[in-house]
Design a protein around this ligand. Sequence first.
Ligand code: PLP
Length: 388
Amino acid sequence: MLAKRIDKLSESITIAITALAQELKAEGKDILSFSAGEPDFDTPRVIKDAAIDAINNGFTKYTAVDGIPAIKEAVAAKLKRDNGLTYEPNQIIINNGAKHSLFNLFSVTIEKGDEVIIPAPYWVTYPELVKYFDGTVVEIQTSDATAFKITPEQLKKALTPNTKMLILTTPSNPTGAVYSKEELTALAKVLEGTDVLVASDEMYEKLIYDGDFTSAAAVSEDMFKRTITINGLSKSVAMTGWRFGYMASHHTEIIKATKKLQSQSTSNINTMTQYAAIAGLDGSADEDIEMMRKEFIKRRDEAVELFNKIDGLSVLKPDGAFYLFVNIQEVSNDSLGFAKELLASKGVAVVPGVGFGSEGYFRFSFATGIATIREGIKRIDEFVQELK
Ligand code: PLP
């Protein structure tokens, strides 16, 4: 009944943990979940009001496939103001979340024989989509010893005549690592003279706690041309359910091809979301963003301190995003088993590192209240001591 194509996608390993957590919750057990990939804050009022106004003003019909002119202008203005990037409206397309941007991008660029370089640990969706479109995944492993960042030497080694694309995620999910301008410049130098594309996923750009954020496309003219900048509003203004993402590329043919694909699949994204998103991009929600960022800093600092006091665990302080990638190698080299057992015995849900391509770690989301974080880490400590 099913097409073979769908067998190329595997279900996320986190589903095993999530299913188990739900089962236990249904049994009435006290479960603390740190597996969420979304902010625990509400969408800012100014954004909700913009959506309500759009509905009341009758903006409830189809729009242009690639987005209304006002939202494309808002994205262009944001990329100019925040990132120093100049894109014309025909170099931008609005998608149903950044996941959809990536799906579309890979769909129009990746084919059999193309190699896509993915630094690990990675966001789970990248390798799955690359495989779905018949590409070959080339992983570059990193660890906490190198702050979870790839080096120019590693990139050089991974390049072959078949390399089609490099995926960069800064700040990273699951590690929170952020590439500096100097680090991006050094990576960009390795790519000079090649026709490798760079997909730069900048979803967590607004959640930077130390240092500055630099867009990959901003480090040189050469890098600007080869980079597809991908971003959205799910994480920065807590709009996960609204479905708003976008991509921008110097190559108008990539945007045009994506528009064609979108015209025969989803059409435009939700019309009210487009109006609401303008308020998420034009600075109207900046105070809300700052409030969330400050709260995340407090949680990060306390959680890192508590984890590093646990005998047997260690964690780097992430520069961005809302995840800790905790090293468990002193006590376990089976992160899936560790996570399952932690959930079963202590009611604490974390995501095993193996799901992100890096064994010996778990991902802990601090997008949850501080009291829950304290209690969760206390239980993790008990669990680890019992393991030893
Ligand atoms: N990119 C990264 C690195 C993410 O962590 C996520 C969400 O978890 C996304 C993209 C997708 O975000 P959305 O599709 O909600 O815009």
